[in-house]
Design a binder for this molecule. Sequence first.
Ligand code: BTN
Length: 289
Amino acid sequence: MSESSESYVERFRRQMDLMQFETLPLFSRPLFSWNLHTDYVGRRLIYRPSTESTMDDARRALQRWRVTSGAVFLAESQTAGRGRAGRHWVSPPDVNLYFTLMLYPLPAGLQPLAHVTPLAAAEAIEAVAARRGASLKADLKWPNDVLLDGRKVAGVLVEGATGPEGQEAALAGVGVNVNLESRDYPEIAGIATSVREALGFNVERELVLAAFCDRFEALYEAAAAGSRAPFEAWRRRLVTLGRDVVASGGGRELRGRAVDVTGDGALVIQTPDGRRTTVEAGDVTISGP
Ligand code: BTN
């Protein structure tokens, strides 16, 4: 192939190969921008090589300076990345995506973010795999974990905030294990995976983030316009439904079968005595068939 017929992505990849990088080292803003097709999500990208947590970066920015809605705060690594229930989020440099998407105002409120965000991550992973000639099926575990082959590949943390004029705002934090070798991190080795581990080769983080922004904007706009399609698509991907589960939260534990989700996304668990309980937040472990 002559050099002039190469696309930017091909040339970039060839140069990385020549340099013998195992993974692409730093995030390429041009590669991301050239693959972004949104009106506002990801149009402003605030990138830091290292930070404590992109959630705090986004919250500070919202309070101190005007950042347009749809801005994405991305870090190459996090020293205090956090997950739901105050858990630590493993955030080594160069291999994964750690970002927080800031949104305000929220025409549909915070609630759709709990299903739109993980769904966008699942669809983005599948789209990038397809673009690279492979096929992946990403599942969702209630409330908002993204799984590949039963292991966690991405997690979502949605926090409320206040916009510059006092309006309701949201911070949607997403961590995606893109090129991580999960066995190098004993604390998550048995439960986590990465896109690379599922595919057998590295993928460009820039493509995953751009695909996420594309899918997120389309899904969020649809939800804001009153469509139930994003919710139904989230529901269809839930591997939790129909399984025996243990739900825990607030120091309590509930065992039973996950039979449904309510219209606002709460999990309905049927206990062995036939009673149905609605769980709005917490952790769920799949315990049986
Ligand atoms: C979870 O599954 O518990 C949610 C994990 C969310 C992790 C992301 S990484 C980017 C953003 N910054 C953080 O500190 N957390 C979120």
